[in-house]
Design a protein around this ligand. Sequence first.
Ligand SMILES: [Zn+2]
Length: 521
Amino acid sequence: MKKILLTFLLTIIIGSAFAQQSENLAIITNKGTKFIPLWVREGVLYISVSDLAEAFSLNHYISESTGKVELKSNYYLLKSTPRNPFLILTSRSTGIPKVYQLPKSTYIKNGETFIPLTYSLEPLEVMVERKLNFERPNRLIVGTAITSPTEGREWMFDKPDLPPTTGYGITGLTVTEKVNGTLIRLHSKTQIPSYFSSLEDDELTIIFRKVNADVNKTTKNDVSDLIKGIETRNVGSDAEFKFKVGSDYSTNEVMNVPGSNDILITIHNKVFSQNQKNQKNIDKWHFDVVVIDAGHGGKDPGAIGIDNIREKDITLAIGLKLGQILKKEMPDVKVVYTRDDDTFVDLYKRGKIANENNGKLFISIHCNSTKKKPSNASGAEVYLLRPGRTEEAIDIAETENSVIKYEENPDRYEKLTDENFILVSMAHSAYMKYSEKFAELLHKEFDLNLKLKSRGVKQAGFYVLVGASMPSVLVETGFISNKEDAKFLKSASGQKQVAESIFSSIETYRKFYEDAIEAEL
Ligand SMILES: [Zn+2]
């Protein structure tokens, strides 16, 4: 009796603190039933994100360092952070996010993230583009397609009987090898309505809907260092591509080439190649050089603010102060300035200086301004190199980029069109995770410790960031068109505070970076 009671008590204790697997969740579609484990924690039902992704054939990515999970469907991206009650659903075409606050946080166990099932149904419905009905205790009914702005989209469970296509849509492919991976362009005669991909055992499968491929022209061996082979077959009215990727595989992206029917597939390798695991390689990634890029200079004054203060003077003052702090507090790190006096430096040369010095972090310092002066806009912003998402961000990048008018050969800069951005982001993808981390740290640091408010992490196409082959951000330290911001940025103490905040984030970032390379090497 005592033993039974003890077991009973233990069950209650364990049950309240840890999750217990109850039974399987039956995912019922008109094509059949799949089962995934269902967990109970404090009376709430949870499923693992990987199980969910597999059941619905969604691409998923888990960050080992942060435990953040991303689920990717053709049209949406769903992000979840462990022990956090928010799910963020972003439209991949517009970049507009929708935030769902769940009454229960997600939790993480053994590197796996679990989400509360019943509370997550709404964003999941959008992800899978189907009505989802949960019936207690353990049945999830996958219903009819949701008709929404996404109307006309395909759902993988459906294999409608289509008339056989005449000829091949995908007629061939070209492969371009880049330092950071492989770029494959599929030549297509017809528009490909949709595609989805999955990764299993070093094999990346991408299925293109309603198009057939010329198998002879698309099946290849020894494609690149990263891709051992491509195997193609036609399944009904779809074309299936299997890419055999090695252990260096990191991520992939599939996109339509703007203005054509072609598809661009980028398959990225890891920054720190497993194949070159040796001391020389470890030394190569050592955090030993920070590049400080004070915006503008010489004949280019940058923006002109209140009381005619010039952006170029403020960026230089902040840059030099940051350099001083770095030299004192991190003597083992070399400081490289793209300029340390009032001289003009071409935008492309700034990246070149950074690369030639093997920089491990590139920080471009600027000040914002509005046309109207004085104005109310105020605060700092941190920018990543990505296609601009808002009118405002695009305007800021255009203003910063316009300084090429002072250069002798402004034609050297290729306009950052969608297609060019694909190529640029290909080159930068390896560092993007690090740029993102630094940007996030800088934003937090500004938010917590700076008198200027932080307007957040944003993205746009800055030429100065294109050239730097390393994690890089551009900081708009504040609006010199705003009275308060201008007063702060003009003062030596304000400049020092900005420099200290940047240094503080470099310190935190360095720890993150060093842990990350240790784990990757
Ligand atoms: Zn500027």
